[in-house]
Design a protein around this ligand. Structure first.
Ligand code: 5RP
Length: 228
């Protein structure tokens, strides 16, 4: 690996993925998020697979990766509570509020995060922002409500676009679509999340303020910084 000041984004993700192991309690089930940073964590978690009971996963992709490494995956309904949920973010502010859903897994991520006492966010320093809204905000929607919801975002100054894959709307693990919304400045993430979550047809908005990070392991040129 390169020296700290020359670490690539991929190496920073590896660093924070490995650093997150310190939050995994032997004998327990761990909540696992989705994305390229979490993939590094899953790979690291394989080194202690004989010490944990298994994982609750937030996506089909993470489930497949966990199982391929021999880590048992439990259904969220089999678990009453988790000590820790470990996941990445597309943006995180100084208070631990996040934008998530770049990997289209935001609904299951919010469900698993809600089971956990501690949310450990793992991210490289490019994800740190002062105000949420630079990254297009993912919103999972019921397809028949997409145009209506897009008009509501337009009234807030945003522009919503249906996320496409191979020429057709992307279909999430839950069978729904994703709107990506640009042009927003989310200065009050708690109020914004509460408000948008009430709109008919919104399955999940990608602002994680009610389920914010308890701690963030941020990969920087100086190494892993722990933000609380
Ligand atoms: C997936 C997510 C991811 O945590 C987020 O997109 C960050 O991904 P990556 O670690 O690949 O940058 O919310 O829905």
């Amino acid at each position: 690996m390169s020296t700290p000041s020359t670490l690539t984004q991929d190496e920073l993700k590896t660093l924070v993925g490995q650093a997150a192991l310190q939050y995994v309690t032997p004998g327990e089930i761990v909540g696992v998020g989705t994305g390229s940073t979490v993939n590094k964590f899953i790979d690291a978690l394989a080194s202690m697979k004989d010490q944990i009971r298994g994982a609750v996963s937030s996506s089909v992709a993470s489930t497949e990766r966990l199982r391929a490494l021999g880590i048992p995956v439990f259904d969220a309904n089999e678990v009453e509570a988790l000590s820790v949920y470990i996941d990445g973010a597309d943006e995180i502010d100084s208070r631990g509020h996040m934008v998530k859903g770049g990997g289209a897994a935001l609904t299951r991520e919010k469900i698993v995060a809600a089971l956990a006492r501690t949310f450990v966010c793992i991210a490289d320093e490019s994800k740190r922002v002062d105000v949420l809204g630079r990254f297009p905000l993912p919103v999972e929607v019921i397809p028949m409500a997409a145009a209506q919801i897009a008009r509501r975002f337009a009234a807030l100054g945003g522009t919503a676009t249906v996320r496409m894959r191979e020429g057709a709307p992307l279909v999430t693990d839950n069978g729904q679509h994703i709107l990506d919304v640009t042009g927003l400045q989310i200065t009050d993430p708690l109020a914004f999340e509460s408000d948008v979550s009430q709109w008919p047809g919104v399955v999940t908005v990608g602002v994680f303020a009610h389920q914010k990070a308890s701690v963030c392991l941020l990969g920087t040129a100086q190494g892993v910084q722990t933000l609380r």
